[in-house]
Design a protein around this ligand. Sequence first.
Ligand code: PGA
Length: 269
Amino acid sequence: MAKVKYDMELRPNPRSGRYRLISANWKMNLNHLEAIQAIQKLNFLLRPSDYSYTEISIHPPFTDLRPLQLLIDSDRMRIRLGAQNCHHEPSGAFTGEVSAPMLARLNVSYVIVGHSERRQYFNESDETVRSKVKAVFNSQMTPIICVGESLQEREQGETEAKLRTQVDTAVSFLPPEIAERCVVAYEPIWAIGGGISAKPEDAEQGAVTIRGIFQELWGSDVAGKVRIQYGGSVNPTNAANFMQLENIDGLLVGGAALDPESLARIIQA
Ligand code: PGA
């Protein structure tokens, strides 16, 4: 399996040795014409140093992927293309679905799997997420595996148990050299979309738990390489608070990523 090719100029975080990754999850927003405008504006707003500091992936709806791929290629943008979901089978009679090989053919680098909205509205189980993780790696892409507890689970002290089950089921079958390439997004469900983000200490605690699971499964070398994002009501004002955390390597941004100006401010924060 091929690794994500890193820009010569992309610099890892000197403290952790890991490459930062800020991802924009556009969800079911922006048609392909709006998407083209948004990405052109984002590219105009970002300075070369922004791209050296952090990898940036944009996850638009499926219908936007091809036009954005052409634009990124022709303008040599350093933005990576991402998807929001895929089916776990490479092809077949699955009406309405899109497979991992189809995404790979469009130069998609990162695929979000197991977003809480997929789990909630499309009944994706931990086992479904696991088979999607496998499909994404089989197509030489990198999964962004979303995990997180509900408010009720948090209040009942079940956060760690929930993260353990979700992460363990999604990744435990991987060989170590693949496991270390995972990106996990810690997205407490109660913090998504509502405008109230987690406190930095809660985000860090979630990330510590997730890294700890990789440590138990494969040891500290693998655990030290896995990248962990925080997601849930990230905005230009709070982004830096999360990026400063020891175990947080990036952000998964929803609402605030729809406006190129606010996304650029998050990246520059
Ligand atoms: P939000 O969404 O930034 O709008 O809270 C984050 C996500 O769902 O990934």
